[in-house]
Write a protein that binds this ligand. Structure first.
Ligand SMILES: Cc1cc2nc3c(=O)[nH]c(=O)nc-3n(C[C@H](O)[C@H](O)[C@H](O)COP(=O)(O)OP(=O)(O)OC[C@H]3O[C@@H](n4cnc5c(N)ncnc54)[C@H](O)[C@@H]3O)c2cc1C
Ligand code: SF4
Length: 246
């Protein structure tokens, strides 16, 4: 609801970052926009947009081939068709196909989060994000995909991977209400796949992540789980990911 829809105009040069920032500042001084909204908006432009631009020019061309987790699964076909029972992904892909736009949380916590915890090859994920969005230019797309969602740079851009289970998506949206999967179930055929894939992702990448100060503590929770529970996570993930590939 609260998105500016200006990235396309900014990236193709019809708007400049400075005029957007000044416009927001002016609105604040006129009393027509509250300080927290104006601060947040200016931070997106100066903080994030300029930051990722800097990373791109600093780290290219090697940045494009980074793959910290050695993820090599092919991009599932439903990223193109939207044909999946996972309602959050189905809706985000359908809206993307219709509008060549998705807001940040759809890109980050649904489409990106799934690609991260399912271990999709960064090359495939980058190709998809570059093709489907009207605002996609490599200098801004690549750091967001390889750095922010896939942690393929090992933490150069972000301090932790944005991995999350279904409860986060449920908190931030109403997708789960109309999903064939049950967000509160952790294992089994009806469980939300984000729930077991999240833990399986952590278990698979323990060597890479256990020392990370922001996510490392999750291993304490994982280690407290019973062996049966860990086995269920691993089995459910294997069944789901095998089916994804076939
Ligand atoms: C996986 C992934 C891929 C992305 N790919 C692109 C892309 O190809 N092109 C693109 O412009 N943005 C990209 N973004 C950033 C962000 O999602 C879009 O800029 C935003 O959704 C555009 O919609 P808006 O104009 O309504 O943004 P708002 O939410 O209203 O934000 C205002 C402006 O802030 C800037 N901004 C906010 N966050 C970022 C960010 N992380 N990186 C760069 N600029 C930001 C944008 O210029 C945006 O127009 C990506 C984010 C993710 C997680
Ligand atoms: S239950 Fe899981 S798969 Fe379904 S919409 Fe919610 S997060 Fe997505």
């Amino acid at each position: 609801m609260y998105h500016a829809h200006i990235s396309f105009y900014l990236n193709c040069g019809l708007l400049t970052p400075l005029e957007c920032v000044k416009g927001a500042e002016y609105a604040y001084h006129q009393g027509s926009a509250p300080l927290n909204a104006v601060e947040g908006f200016i931070r997106q432009i100066i903080g994030w947009r300029e930051y990722v631009r800097g990373i791109y020019w600093l780290k290219m061309p090697s940045y494009a081939s980074e793959n910290f987790f050695k993820a090599d699964r092919k991009l599932p076909g439903f990223y193109w068709t939207g044909e999946t029972d996972m309602n959050c992904l189905r809706q985000c892909v359908s809206e993307t196909k219709q509008n060549a736009y998705a807001h940040h949380i759809q890109r980050l916590m649904v489409l990106g989060n799934f690609a991260l915890i399912a271990g999709i090859d960064p090359k495939d994920v980058n190709e998809w994000f570059l093709i489907v969005y009207a605002d996609a230019y490599e200098w801004v797309e690549l750091p967001n995909v390889s750095g922010m969602i896939l942690f393929a740079d090992g933490g150069y851009l972000a301090s932790k991977p944005y991995a999350a289970g279904g409860s986060y998506i449920n908190k931030m949206s109403n997708y789960c209400q109309n999903c064939r999967y049950k967000v509160k179930e952790k294992n089994g055929a009806d469980a939300c796949p984000f729930n077991y894939l999240y833990w399986d992702f952590l278990a698979r990448n323990r060597d890479e992540l256990s020392q990370n100060h922001r996510i490392g503590m999750m291993y304490k929770t994982y280690d407290r789980m019973s062996e049966d529970k860990k086995l269920a996570i691993s089995n459910d993930s294997k069944i789901f990911l095998d089916r994804l590939e076939s």
